[in-house]
Design a binder for this molecule. Structure first.
Ligand SMILES: NC(=O)C1=CN([C@@H]2O[C@H](COP(=O)(O)OP(=O)(O)OC[C@H]3O[C@@H](n4cnc5c(N)ncnc54)[C@H](OP(=O)(O)O)[C@@H]3O)[C@@H](O)[C@H]2O)C=CC1
Ligand SMILES: Cc1cn([C@H]2C[C@H](O)[C@@H](COP(=O)(O)OP(=O)(O)O[C@H]3O[C@@H](C)C(=O)[C@@H](O)[C@H]3O)O2)c(=O)[nH]c1=O
Ligand SMILES: [Mg+2]
Length: 275
């Protein structure tokens, strides 16, 4: 059995569409209670565990860092310890927001982390807790997730695009928009890959291509006019990294999966949202 933490989220929804998985919602395993997550793993004894649940409200995390840290940091560590005890691989999703966003070169999986917001710090804590548990795992850092379900940038743009003549969107934050469907596919392949080749345990980057600004990404999906603005013209409670480019080379080598084309995935998502 493949056990998934998260049921309603973007990636969790796609995992349930693509694989024979058993998905646990908040009612069955609340990540604010890390011991309950470990217990769920011990009780069910899965072959593979995929953690697709997280505290993802980036701005709100600035005010709720303790809760975000429990959900994104302590709970994944508890899952990893329970997985290590039963020998099951843990596939965990992390984020470009563990980097500070300096420079213009894509971040390699080994590049130094230095989060600039509370969400990023909480996600980094999860990575560290998983590595410390010492079991089979893959930490898959991805970025800018979109899908037809849940809250995401594409859905926000469709809503605002219908309300306004013209949108102003930051054009100096650059990254790889990645569909939840592509991430789900990668997670399922990585889980099986780890069972076969435990030596593939490690931290990897997976994002779709090409890297673009949020403004360019908005333009790709909208008929509404989009004007470029600098980040300084769009103040938010949490700072966001400017450079979110991820170097996916080691992931491609280990799991034989290249960077998907986000435009094709965006077309699919737009079709699904509007039908
Ligand atoms: N969204 C993005 O742009 C990016 C996301 N990621 C990472 O990818 C992973 C999946 O993200 P995504 O699918 O977008 O997430 P969503 O925000 O779409 O969904 C989050 C999921 O986590 C669940 N959840 C939140 N808090 C708890 C809790 N206390 N106990 C149990 N479940 C909880 C939610 O359940 P409920 O409906 O009950 O709240 C929901 O199912 C996360 O690890 C995230 O950090 C990485 C890069 C970018
Ligand atoms: C709505 C809006 C947003 N923006 C900007 C704000 C921000 O810099 C950018 C994207 O907005 P969002 O709120 O979707 O961004 P955000 O929630 O920070 O997205 C992040 O979520 C977490 C969970 C991750 O892990 C990251 O990879 C990333 O996807 O667009 C505008 O410039 N104009 C607008 O009208
Ligand atoms: Mg958001």
């Amino acid at each position: 059995m493949i056990l998934v933490f998260g049921r309603t989220g973007q990636v969790a929804t796609e995992l349930q569409r693509q694989g024979e998985v058993s998905a646990l919602g908040r009612d069955e395993a609340d990540l604010a209670n890390p011991d309950a997550c470990a217990e769920a793993i011990r009780d069910r004894h899965p072959r593979i565990v995929i953690n697709a649940a997280a505290y993802t409200a980036v701005d709100r995390a600035e005010e709720e860092e303790a809760l975000a840290t429990t959900i994104n940091g302590v709970a994944p560590a508890a899952m990893a310890q329970a997985c290590a005890a039963i020998g099951a691989p843990l596939v965990h999703i992390s984020t470009d927001y563990v980097f500070d966003g300096t420079g213009t070169r894509p971040w390699t999986a080994e590049a130094p982390t230095a989060p600039i917001n509370a969400y990023g710090r909480s996600k980094l804590a999860g990575e560290e807790g998983i590595r410390a548990a010492g079991g089979l795992h893959a930490i898959l850092r991805t970025s800018w997730v979109f899908s037809a379900h849940g809250a995401n940038f594409v859905k926000t743009m469709l809503r605002l695009g219908a309300e306004r003549e013209r949108l102003t969107i930051v054009a100096d934050q650059i990254g790889g928009p990645t569909s939840a469907a592509a991430i789900a596919r990668a997670c399922l392949a990585v889980g099986e890959g780890l069972l076969q080749y435990p030596g593939k345990t490690g931290t990897y980057h997976f994002s779709s291509a090409p890297d673009v600004s949020w403004a360019d990404f908005a333009r790709a999906g909208l008929s509404t006019a989009v004007a470029d603005i600098p980040t300084s013209d769009y103040p938010t409670p949490a700072a966001r990294p400017l450079n979110s480019r991820l170097d996916t080379t080691s992931f491609t080598r280990a799991f034989n999966l290249g960077r998907p084309d986000w435009q094709a995935d965006l077309d699919e998502v737009l079709k699904e949202v509007t039908t």
